[in-house]
Design a protein around this ligand. Sequence first.
Ligand code: ADP
Ligand code: ZN
Length: 436
Amino acid sequence: MRDDTYWDKSAETLSRNGIEKLQTGLLTSSLERAAKSKFYAERFKDIGFDAESVSGLADLGLIPFTEKKDLRLSYPYGLLCEPKDRLLRMHISSGTTGQAVAVFYTKADLELWADLVARCMYMAGARPEDTFQNLSGYGLFTGGLGFQYGAERLGMLTIPAGPGNSRRQVQMMRDFSTNVIHIIPSFLLRLMDVMKEMGVDPKKELSLRLAFVGAEPYSEEVRRRLEDFYGVKVYNSYGLSEMNGPGVAFECPYQTGMHIWEDAYIAEIIDPNTLKPVPDGQYGELVMTTLKREAMPILRYRTRDLTRILPGECGCGRVHKRIDRIRGRTDDMFIIKGVNIFPIQVEQVLMSVPEVGNNYQIVLTRENNVDDMIVRVEVTDRVFVEDMRVLERIRKKITYEMKNELLVTPKVDLVEPNSLPGTEGKALRLIDQRAV
Ligand code: ADP
Ligand code: ZN
């Protein structure tokens, strides 16, 4: 029998000292393995870096960073450290920000990955008697197979539903009494409208208990909306293909940030300009190092994800560091009228207005050298049938709230529910039409 609180008690209850000792040993072997790849062999040689000069975590700063462009330039095999006959799987990142990156796994890598995903789900309360529906893309995207293997490892009946087919998803949830789901936030928002159309009240007719939601940024306001509508607990799930996929960081039942599994990764937060580490509590770019990966170790990877380490200890007793909700990627930030804005800030304002529906889009335009931000916002069904004066009042309210929070006055366009384009994958929140 497993301990009821922990999936992997010895790993999850490591002390700070225990984590550091473990990391020190693993870092040395990860460096040795990495040096076998063409990419790291050349990089180390070019900069005159001797992997043996790293004797502990204090020397982490000596190790060069790895950037997304390094992975792209080394596509497909440049970071591979194992002969092909030891490989079992490859995935490709969803390519949200440009050319894709290929990631390879040995048998041990797949085992470890499944175990980490199972650990995350178990921590949040999933158990073998649950029925798990995975509404994530299967195939090259890591969210499908990553959760599939993790859920099977945990022992849940797993429905590989994949994305799309909204009505059928709801039907399956009902027919099989699905109680745990994994889904991206924009799709779970869209399913709210689908259920309303179908006349399904999830609180009464479905058995949903846990929703693992991640793969793209979403705000606390969206979490609240989802929890209220579905009657579920939403757990934030973070991962990226370069670090296996999902299972990198996850919320525990205390839901104060996501624990990064430090027995498998080293996490740092750096200032993206100076590249120096920032103190806990301060926002910066997350940098990750794999400690156990065989096929493709990656050192000090600049994720471009902006977050911070939450100081202090978590009530759950796990000392694995916690990261705050991801604010966005460094490249998501846009500048309008001299103000730096992340799409998530726009979402926060929108989603706290009750008349706002479940989809929105930000469009940046430039005319006669003047930049404008247009925010297209779906309103709820109830509002749309009401008269123009009501709509105008809502439009003004949103404009006012935006101006207050973001210091920029957008043009707000209210549109019908379900009229903005949806995608099967990650939502496209920002369309920048300004010529560069
Ligand atoms: P791509 O970078 O092409 O989207 P991935 O599918 O590997 O490829 O996605 C990983 C990225 O997704 C992360 O680097 C991060 O930007 C985003 N992401 C993953 N989980 C979350 C989350 N819980 N909150 C916000 N963003 C997330
Ligand atoms: Zn915790």
